[in-house]
Design a protein around this ligand. Structure first.
Ligand code: ATP
Ligand code: MG
Length: 456
């Protein structure tokens, strides 16, 4: 096989060089090697070494412009920060037995690179690299990268039984790189996925986000519905659920899976798509012509996604956005300019754009609309929104050409009335019934207060 050589960042090479100079082995390892071979920019450069943590600390005690953080000494990890960039340096390790399907009961430091690589999850993650020695690949990782395959290091069943999270990591890597899952690995996933219940929900959520944002997400969602439903039982009813509707060719689950892949790869949008129609089976009715409907399904989808997000302890910001997008995924947005202005006022530009992305993806994954047609309609409404935003329309009280002070100076009694009048004015301006101009606003304000006084 051809020799592989690539350049490490200067500081990573320095860390390796310094350990080597003290007589220890050291290599870049794992994700950074995999990503570099794939032609992708690695997120970070992890280093493995034969030196034990105290030896690593000693090796860097007198290196200028570096400092040491004791990250996880019991796991053998020391972080060396060089010029503000952290490098995790981890001692070669072999894992003891696993009894909780997640963590080894003990780890022991070893002096052999091969042993360290053997404990890693997949062949593509079990390669090490040295600036002079080149690639260390004992398990065929490079071949699997070229063949685009996720394969366990060693016996898949044993590896998944040790640590159930690896099951989800397999799906995550397959989704992110659009790789296939090798046969034995695949069989072990299908056999053992229920052990994922032993993994903390927060940890599951971290992997799920990456899985959802992968380029191969549709294939993974379609290929492993039972695994996905063991994580999100809220989706179970959607699997195989036919919609009996001329606008929907696919089962609810397939529609969800396809729609996920049609939005930009961001957690909020992808989770929204995964759940937007999840309430359909529960809301399903058939009319006298035999056509299926799911009136009010969005509200049920909201409940389902809310319970899933609570279980995963999804952060509040993500949660709030997903809830709005799922709830309103079917809302008409821009039948006319007045409506578009109202929507802009209600949601703000960013959320409104996200709603448009959601509706585009929804339409694209029904299997009934022509892609070109959907894309054209989407581009057009984005353009309308952009044009509207460029006019800086008045959509909040802050944009109004008068404020509370102006109204009081104009003779409107201070207190609650001022706020009510301001809101009423804003409403009319948004609706296009009143120009956002001082004179007109003050005149209407007087009229509104007179009427209000007569009414009381
Ligand atoms: P990412 O690009 O998402 O960071 P990564 O491969 O670097 O991917 P990490 O979670 O940072 O993933 O783990 C670093 C390395 O540690 C992996 O490449 C793999 O070799 C090993 N590893 C991580 N998690 C496990 C696990 N659960 N079981 C076995 N090895 C693991
Ligand atoms: Mg990493």
């Amino acid at each position: 096989m051809k020799e592989v050589l690539f350049r490490l960042p200067e500081a990573a090479a320095q860390v390796i060089g310094r350990l080597n100079a003290q007589g220890y082995e050291a290599y870049a390892v794992g994700g950074c090697v995999r990503d570099t071979l794939l032609g992708r920019e690695p997120k970070d450069w992890d280093i493995c070494t034969s030196a034990e943590p105290a030896e690593v600390e000693r090796a860097f005690s007198d290196m200028p412009s570096s400092r040491i953080v004791e990250t996880g000494l019991q796991h053998g990890t020391v972080t060396v920060v060089v010029d503000h960039v952290p490098y995790e340096v981890t001692t070669y390790r072999a894992d003891g037995v696993y009894t909780d399907h997640r963590h080894p009961d003990s780890v022991r430091f070893v002096r052999s690179l091969k042993e360290d690589l053997a404990r890693r999850d997949f062949t593509i993650n079990a390669m090490a690299y040295h600036p002079e020695e080149g690639l260390k690949d004992f398990f065929g990782g490079r071949e699997d990268l070229e063949a685009r395959v996720i394969r366990c290091v060693g016996a898949a069943e044993k590896r998944f039984d040790e640590d159930a999270l690896r099951i989800l990591r397999a799906l995550r890597f397959a989704s992110v790189y659009a790789f296939n899952i090798e046969e034995e690995t695949d069989r072990a996933i299908r056999l053992l996925y229920e052990t994922l219940s032993h993994v903390a929900s927060e940890r599951i959520w971290q992997e799920v986000q990456k899985l959802l944002c992968g380029q191969g997400v549709r294939e993974i969602l379609m290929g492993y519905p039972e695994v996905i439903c063991s994580i999100f039982p809220e989706l179970e009813a959607s699997v195989g659920f036919l919609q009996h509707n001329p606008y929907h060719h696919f089962t609810v689950y397939e529609h969800l899976a396809r729609s996920v892949a049609e939005v930009p790869p961001e957690t909020v949008l992808r989770l929204t798509m995964l759940f937007h129609d999840a309430g359909k089976p529960k809301a399903f009715t058939v009319d006298e012509r035999g056509i299926g409907h799911a009136y009010g399904h969005a509200e049920i989808s909201v409940k389902l996604v809310a319970s899933a997000m609570e279980r995963m302890r999804v952060d509040n910001r993500t949660r709030d956005r997903v809830l709005v997008l799922v709830r309103d995924h079917d809302l008409p947005l821009e039948e006319n300019e007045k409506m578009l202005r109202r929507r802009l006022a209600a949601y703000g530009e960013e959320t409104l754009m996200q709603l448009m992305e959601v509706q585009r993806a929804d339409a694209l994954s029904k299997g009934t609309f022509d892609r070109e047609h959907v894309e054209r309609a989407h581009a057009l409404r984005l353009q309308k929104l952009q044009e509207l935003v460029a006019q800086h329309p008045c959509v909040t009280l802050r944009d109004l050409a008068v404020n509370g002070r102006d109204l009081i100076d104009h003779g409107i009694p201070a207190g609650k009335t001022v706020g009510n009048v301001l809101t009423a004015l804003l409403d009319r301006v948004i609706a296009g019934d009143l120009p956002n101009e001082r004179e007109a606003l003050l005149k209407t304000a007087s009229q509104l207060t007179c009427k209000g006084e007569k009414n009381t």
